[in-house]
Every structure is written in C-alpha cells, then in structure tokens.
Design a protein around this ligand. Sequence first.
Ligand code: DX5
Ligand code: ZN
Length: 225
Amino acid sequence: MPSQIRIAPSILAADFSKLGQEVRDVVEAGADWVHLDVMDGHFVPNISFGPDVIKALRPHSQAFFDCHLMIAPADPYLEAFAKAGCDGITVHAEAGPHLHRSLQTIRSLGKKVGVTLNPATPLSVLENVLDDIDLILIMSVNPGFGGQKFIPAMLDKIAAAAAMIGSRPIDLEVDGGITVETIGAATRAGANVFVAGSAIYKGDGVAAYRANIDGLRQAADSRST
Ligand code: DX5
Ligand code: ZN
C-alpha cells in the first residue's frame, strides 16, 4: 500500500458562491487532492453538484480531482464525470448490482478506479475486485452530509482493509469526521488519504486553510505516538 500521506479537502464545505477560488485557495494552502462529493438525493438524502460544476472547476487547478459518486445508478454518468475532468472516480459498492462492470468502465475511461463502502457494508465485497482498483474509500460517517462525527468502529475496518490490501498499490482513503482529534488513529489503523471538509474549510482563505491542513498533517504524522 502506498505510504504517502495525502490530504484531500472536500469542497462540500466550501463557499459554493465562489467555488473556483475555493479550489485555488485550498490547493495553494497545501492540499494534495481535491475531493468532489457528488450527491443525487436518491442514493443519499442530499443533493450537491454534478459534472458541469466539476468541468467549470477543472481550469482552476491541476491538482488530482478525486470524485466520490454518491449516486445510483452510477454507470450512466461515468463518462460524463470522466469528460468533466475527474482524475479518479470512486463508486459505492452499494450503488448497483454490477460493481465489477462499473470498475471496468472507469478503467476504460482512463481514470483511477475507486470503490467505497458505507459504514455497515462489509469489506468482503472487495475480495474479488482487488486487482481492478486503485483506491478503497472507507466511509467513516453515513454519506450525505458534512460535519458528522467519526464512527470509531471504522478504525478496525480500516485496519482490516489495510491488511487486505497488503503490498498492492492501492490507496486507502477515509472520509467523514476527519479532524485533528481523529486523523492520528485513522493513520495508525493504516489509512493514507484523508478527506476533510469542515476541518479544512474553516476560517477564510489561504492562510486559514493552510493552518488547518498543516494541523491535520502534523496530527497524522504523529502516528507512532
Ligand atoms: C459525506 C462526504 C464527505 C464529507 C466530509 O457524504 O462524502 O466527503 O464532505 O465532511 P466532513 O469532513 O465535514 O466530515
Ligand atoms: Zn466524500
């Protein structure tokens, strides 16, 4: 598993009236990836934004666009998200009956392939697709909203996912309730990519975002303590 720590701010917590600037600011502040939470009001009880917004954001940064699709079905829209400029596309295992087909489609579109699991979904659904993915995303809240509390039982799930990944080149990402209080435990459990919305888009502009990202990085780095 890659060991490089990556911080992926979720623009769900940004000011939607100035999203282009919010993307530029968070990347200037030290973000590694930009996390894009797409919600359809059907798979999750909230609606966010779709491919046209991502396409409009693309010229604002060359950072890795990490797209988390909370939509069902996902398959009819994968090409639109690829064309919009996503670098990685992550689908929920619960979003349809043909997970492997979704993963093949993302691969064929030339994008990094991710799978994510709701808190109640067992890791066993990944056993037969490990050779087809670049990223596993463990949801540490029930998807749909920012600002929720990290579910502690997900630490064991992260550790089990890390063991399942072994030496494969698969990133292990965690999403939901990541703060300076929770990121250390998630790192020790084995995650290497951290989504954070409300913990990063707090305060206004580059200086505040930099302090928030640096704080998370330091808390993640103190993993041996
Ligand atoms: C939840 C989203 C998360 C969320 C994280 O459905 O997938 O990415 O925005 O927000 P925080 O960091 O505030 O928990
Ligand atoms: Zn997300």
